[in-house]
Design a binder for this molecule. Structure first.
Ligand code: PDD
Length: 287
């Protein structure tokens, strides 16, 4: 079935859809995006994603092209038109079209594009399988909290992961601490059962899945710490896992050539995966 995209007010066949060559997203990566998981027709944690979208837009001084209500309607209409129940929505907003110039004119009309993609429905057995990650130096800027479409260090690191047969690249900062994955957040579980992930700030994207897992961990009485952790601490951890809207939660069983614990997904990772799966089954919004 041919897919439809939403492009600046119109639903168009994705195959031929395009934006202007002087769109600043195309020329400067001057824009932001969101990826929202769709499970059983429900947009998982839509509110969190739209909150973050608004923060990213305002950090870049890009005007929101529309309110939340019409955004939500368009996302649902796009899913309907594409007959997608399980998959994801990609939503991108750029500053808009202007003659190329680093400085931008005031009052620009932002461009908005949405696509939808079908993915296999969630399967516990698939997501319970452990994955390997490699590590790469984190060469990104200091505003990784903005979900910018400028992703060169991320895509180059991910490509190296794929080339070496790994699921993800975890990025290591100059102090030797893991920040996050190329397209996911990084977690470990210590030998004394503390779940640890990097604190939210300019060094990471504050994942919506990350925020949800933190809430679920706390609600379920797990001990949780948001703090930097080193590559060394990670390789000696009892468990590790990585989270994102599309990867959901994947246990990590190997970092570079170091096997984590006994090389099997650990109980905390699997417990949190189950809690997250239950959250999605409930439809994904705040309790
Ligand atoms: N990426 N960190 C980075 C650098 C990311 O790109 C992502 C998500 C995350 C996790 O965020 P969330 O839980 O909100 O998906 C963390 C999306 C999936 C992507 O670029 O396709």
């Amino acid at each position: 079935m041919a897919l439809f995209a939403y492009v600046n007010g119109r639903y168009e066949l994705q195959r031929g859809a395009g934006v202007h060559i002087e769109d600043r997203g195309y020329q400067f990566a001057d824009g932001v995006y969101e990826v929202i998981a769709v499970q059983n027709g429900r947009l998982i944690d839509e509110v969190g994603h739209l909150d973050r979208l608004e923060r990213s837009l305002s950090a870049l001084e890009i005007a929101a092209p529309m309110d939340r209500a019409p955004l939500g309607l368009i996302m649902r209409r796009l899913l309907e038109k594409n007959r997608i129940d399980n998959g994801m929505i990609y939503l991108q907003i750029t500053r808009g079209v202007a003659p190329r110039n680093h400085a931008f004119p005031e009052g620009m009309k932002p461009s908005i594009v949405m696509t939808a993609r079908r993915l296999k429905p969630f399967s516990r057995s698939h997501f319970r399988q452990g994955v390997c990650v490699i590590t790469r130096p984190d060469t990104r800027w200091k505003r990784c909290d903005i979900k910018s479409i400028s992703l060169l260090p991320n895509i180059l690191s991910k490509q190296e992961a794929v080339r070496s047969g790994a699921f993800e690249a975890w990025l290591v900062d100059d102090a030797g601490n893991i920040t996050e994955g190329a397209s996911s957040n990084a977690w470990i579980v210590t030998g004394d059962a503390r779940v640890v992930t990097r604190d939210a700030g300019g060094a990471i994207l504050n994942g919506i899945t990350r925020q949800r897992i933190i809430a679920l961990a706390r609600e379920n009485g797990l001990s949780l710490e948001e703090r930097p952790f080193s590559l060394e601490e990670a390789t000696e951890a009892a468990e590790a896992f990585t989270t994102s809207s599309t990867a959901l939660l994947r246990p990590v069983v190997k970092i570079d050539d170091r096997v984590i614990a006994d090389g099997e997904p650990g109980p905390f990772s699997l417990k949190l995966l189950d809690l997250y799966a239950a959250h999605m089954e409930r439809g994904g919004e705040a309790p």
